[in-house]
Design a protein around this ligand. Structure first.
Ligand code: HEC
Ligand code: HEC
Ligand code: HEC
Ligand code: HEC
Ligand code: HEC
Ligand code: HEC
Ligand code: HEC
Ligand code: HEC
Length: 458
């Protein structure tokens, strides 16, 4: 990397050494934004006046931050980025544009420059990347803060858990209308980084959505682990299969997350079944009965099957596909992805089998909900005063009875793994961590309910 100066190009390493020396002059008067980027040349006394490729508005940022020796990672990574090469400075992102969310505009800042905000929203990126910002806005990631904060118990957790550490550490991807650095991290903002599956794994892992673990140990992930180093991640995803029969080592021969989920390069991510594998309408009447029971367990339908105010959250957060066409168009796109490598009938059969597994899991789940509901109906479990709904799966672990803790893990851990494992070609997650655990949960729930009834004499 080179810094452009009046005397030609100065190697970055030299420029860096010079800047480090300049940092000793901590108490020199602050430079105005209009002044050129001045670096003192050691020995000569004559400053090297550079004409940086960054706009004047960002000169002061670099001068001051470098003198103070702060935010090294921001400066280093920005220097290595396409942004600095294209002459885009700090202020383009850190001075909020007028369309930026009110929360950012109104926030304070520890930076002496009063216009600077730490928070950067997609509104700033949209000045130059309107398409990506609009796609992101339409997709699921932009709804992530809403989904988390709409849960009944989020705000009963310690502040940091709802804020930056637990739930908020992942769901921040939707905070302030979106955090674009979730996949291409600041301040490198590299597209190649985001194309790699590791970009997704901090969030898509663990208890209720172990997509990373499932992918990593699937056949697809294993091929990536073996050969991925040699694949060309600088190439846009859409071009990976533009020559479907071309044998070229740089083209991924197994899919990574974005092959399947951002196949056309669009930031509008969404799947047919979604997180909870719920869809309406359901053409299969038997399956619809199980679905209705689960929706009651989630408090979206009341005991009589009528929608509750929670339906608003489902619609607002795009939590389930509510039109047959929406489900169908996502499914069609996914089948198109499988067909880039496999026979169309192979992909279709894999997907149909995974769908049938959701139905089988829902049958177990509906029975378990019915058993626990019966304990409430017969007043064996006490109805919590603070929650209008007896069985409320959205309260997660904030339930008092061990049998309900079991019901919650059956739903959020084991039912999820049963179908997610099927969709991510991971036989072990599908079976031993998913289905087998659901069977065990149901047996234990039945047995505990029986015991509770016997103890209560009912
Ligand atoms: C006169 C010195 C100075 C100038 C000029 C300056 N900064 Fe800062 N900046 C600081 C200091 C000092 C901090 C506080 C570091 C800390 O305590 O964490 C800071 C903090 C920041 C932060 C973190 C803010 C927060 O609330 O967390 C950002 C972002 C930032 N500066 C960006 C910029 C940008 C962009 C510019 C130019 C438009 C700029 N700075 C100009 C000195 C300066
Ligand atoms: C392409 C947009 C972009 C540019 C250019 C940019 N930043 Fe940032 N910066 C971000 C984003 C995004 C964040 C994360 C903000 C958030 O959490 O909402 C951030 C966060 C920061 C932070 C606070 C977080 C931390 O890790 O300490 C500092 C300080 C900062 N930037 C300084 C700078 C400086 C200095 C420059 C210029 C060398 C710069 N930024 C250029 C987008 C940018
Ligand atoms: C910072 C955390 C984070 C990162 C990184 C992240 N995601 Fe997500 N993702 C989420 C959250 C949270 C949701 C749920 C959004 C909501 O609440 O609506 C989600 C939802 C999704 C969905 C939608 C599922 C559905 O409901 O239909 C897909 C697909 C997805 N992510 C794929 C990816 C891929 C692929 C990557 C990497 C390129 C990635 N995500 C990176 C947090 C993240
Ligand atoms: C490790 C990161 C992580 C943590 C921690 C986390 N989530 Fe999530 N959450 C996600 C991801 C990723 C998804 C989407 C997964 C999928 O679709 O399979 C998601 C999905 C959701 C959804 C469903 C959104 C939808 O539209 O389908 C809700 C609601 C939710 N999370 C709430 C919470 C709450 C509340 C907490 C804290 C008690 C929390 N999450 C903790 C990453 C996380
Ligand atoms: C003032 C215009 C401007 C703003 C604001 C801006 N960018 Fe960029 N961005 C560019 C330009 C120019 C390029 C380089 C394009 C190229 O070289 O093909 C670029 C490239 C990128 C790339 C691709 C890098 C690569 O590896 O190919 C990403 C990712 C990116 N920007 C993300 C962001 C994000 C996220 C934000 C907001 C936080 C943002 N940009 C704000 C102008 C901007
Ligand atoms: C879920 C992960 C993820 C998030 C979040 C994300 N990106 Fe990207 N971004 C990607 C991937 C993957 C690519 C590569 C797409 C391709 O190859 O076509 C990419 C590419 C880009 C590019 C380069 C496009 C090009 O043609 O070179 C820009 C610009 C960009 N993203 C901007 C943004 C902006 C702005 C946001 C926030 C609104 C954002 N990204 C959020 C994953 C993400
Ligand atoms: C071979 C293609 C493929 C790969 C690779 C892949 N997925 Fe998926 N993913 C799917 C399919 C198929 C579904 C279910 C789609 C549907 O509902 O029809 C899915 C569903 C999801 C969902 C929604 C909940 C669920 O699990 O059913 C999320 C979130 C997700 N994937 C994230 C990821 C992440 C993150 C990675 C990488 C670690 C990844 N996926 C890798 C094909 C893939
Ligand atoms: C980039 C090419 C590519 C894409 C896209 C792709 N796969 Fe694969 N898939 C492979 C390769 C290569 C293997 C390893 C074949 C072997 O095991 O011999 C594989 C293996 C599998 C396996 C396990 C081995 C087997 O034969 O049973 C399943 C299941 C599978 N893929 C399903 C899917 C489904 C479903 C989709 C779409 C959601 C998909 N794949 C998308 C390349 C791809």
């Amino acid at each position: 990397m080179f810094v452009r100066g009046r005397r030609g190009r100065v190697p970055a390493a030299l420029a860096f050494a010079l800047v480090t020396l300049a940092a000793a002059t901590l108490f020199s008067p602050p430079l105005s934004a209009q002044e050129p980027y001045v670096i003192d040349k050691p020995g000569s006394g004559a400053p090297i006046v550079t004409e940086p490729e960054i706009p004047a508005g960002s000169v002061s940022c670099l001068n001051c931050h470098q003198k103070l020796g702060i935010t090294g990672s921001a400066i280093r990574d920005w220097k290595a980025s396409k942004h600095s090469a294209a002459g885009i400075g700090c202020a383009e992102c850190h001075y909020p544009v007028s369309a930026a969310p009110r929360e950012i505009q109104a926030a304070g800042s520890v930076c002496p420059d009063p216009k600077v905000r730490r928070g950067v929203s997609p509104a700033n990126c949209a000045e130059c990347h309107a398409d990506q910002a609009a796609q992101f806005e339409r997709g699921k990631h932009s709804k992530a803060w809403l989904a988390m904060s709409a849960m009944p118990e989020t705000y009963n957790q310690p502040h940091a858990i709802a804020g930056t550490k637990g739930c908020g550490g992942c769901h921040r991807i939707g905070l302030d209308s979106g955090k674009c650095d979730a996949c291409h991290t600041r301040h490198l903002f590299s597209a190649a980084e985001a194309r790699r599956p590791e970009a997704c794994r901090t969030c898509h892992m663990g208890f209720d959505h172990p997509q990373w673990e499932m992918y990593d140990t699937s056949k697809h992930g294993s091929i990536y682990a073996t050969e991925g180093d040699q694949w060309n991640f600088d190439r846009p995803v859409e071009q990976w299969f533009d020559q479907p029969n071309e044998a070229e080592w740089g083209r991924p021969r197994a899919p990574v997350c974005v092959t399947c989920h951002m196949s056309d390069g669009s930031h509008e991510v969404r799947t047919a079944w979604g997180f909870l594998a719920l869809r309406l309408p359901e053409p299969d009447p038997e399956w619809m009965q199980y679905r209705a029971k689960i929706l009651q367990g989630l408090g979206v339908l009341d005991e009589k099957g009528n929608p509750t105010p929670r339906l608003g959250m489902v619609v607002g957060g795009d939590l389930a596909r509510l039109q047959a066409e929406d489900w169908g168009s996502e499914r069609k796109k996914m089948l198109g992805v499988c067909s880039k490598c496999h026979a169309p009938s192979f992909g279709a059969a894999q997907m149909a089998d995974a769908d049938s597994i959701i139905k089988a899991a829902d049958a177990l789940m509906a029975e378990a909900i019915t058993v626990v509901e019966g304990l409430y109906a017969d007043k064996i479990l006490k109805r919590p005063a603070f929650a209008p709904l007896a069985v409320d799966l959205l309260r997660f672990y904030e339930v008092e009875n061990p049998i309900e803790q079991k019901l919650y893990t059956m739903f959020l851990e084991h039912r999820q793994r049963t179908f997610q494992g099927a969709f991510h070609m991971n036989p072990d997650y599908q079976h031993w961590y998913g289905w087998a655990e659901m069977k065990r949960d149901l047996i234990e729930i039945r047995a505990e309910a029986k015991e509770l009834r016997e103890r209560a004499g009912k």
